[in-house]
Design a protein around this ligand. Sequence first.
Ligand SMILES: [Zn+2]
Length: 366
Amino acid sequence: MELTGWVKPYEWGKVGISSAVAQMAMANDPDFVLNENETYAEMWMGTHFCGVSIVKETGETLDRVLKKDLPYLFKVLSINKALSIQVHPNKCEAERLHKERPEIYKDDNHKPELAIALTPFVALVGFQPVEDIIDYIDEFQPLSKLIGKEAVDALHQTRNAEELKRNELLDVFNTISADFPGDVGVLSLFFMNLVRLRPGQAIYLGANEIHAYLSGDCVECMACSDNVIRAGLTPKYKDVNQLISSVIFEGKSAQCKVFMPYRIDDTVQVFVPPVDDFAVIHVSIKYIVDTYKLQIQPFGSILLTLTGVRNLKLNTKEGRKQITLTRGSIVYIPVEAAPEIEFEHAEDCNEDFSAYIATFNYFRKA
Ligand SMILES: [Zn+2]
């Protein structure tokens, strides 16, 4: 089944055609009308009720056709301005928060998430090691005043002196503080790791790991949830007390935040997070390759095409089917397609093919 994603115009999104979300939506749907002044922040692919995908052929929603929810939610994000500083609750907290405040925490699921950069991507991820935080406090005296002598002294007692690091922090500081005047959240730059991803690199955020995406485009996969506990850099509701009680206070270096996929062969890499809800397969087929056969397990998957053209051949309930994949194509791959789908060379295509497939995390079980 070919699908149309659900586009979200959050105000932090990139504007007009500069947004990867708008580009994907235009390529996917001939009826999509681009507004050059509109922000296009996210495109959702899946069955979450806040943005369920539509089956192109019939106009039905995907959840109705499947008669169930998928365990994951797949997205494209296009970020112009920092997203809120946030954590996502674990399953147990999510159940409680949803019960107590359903207007803010709209579902009862946890939301571990994986972001894979499509363009150079910048994010704050986790807390820095204590020694690095001390360096910043020593370097920026107003910060030291703000935190208070007692806390600074306590930090110094655990000090493990290291060279003072100079980086591009102040540029990022100036950008964020211009976008969010007066928002105290900008100070999190001095406590969190600034991580830069090249296209294809990824980060994984488990429950209660603090983060804020700052700029760039990515595909993102997560458990099927929209639960966010926010504490800054946002006009949305901030639940600071809840974030402080949930967040994991653990300092680690920026290098250990990059999440590595494992390679199956020259064509396929798999991102396998430590949760059952989802995994992401990256298929990257050179144009000279005639047909590539991908082994899959019998779980419903969603494929998003980024570049190139291929004829996808797969088994369905109604027999063997062929779908031409082009940039922006979103396809639901049914259970019946297992154990193998084929990507056949399309005529007149001399571009390499690239697609991401979100699926249940059967790699973890294996
Ligand atoms: Zn998040």
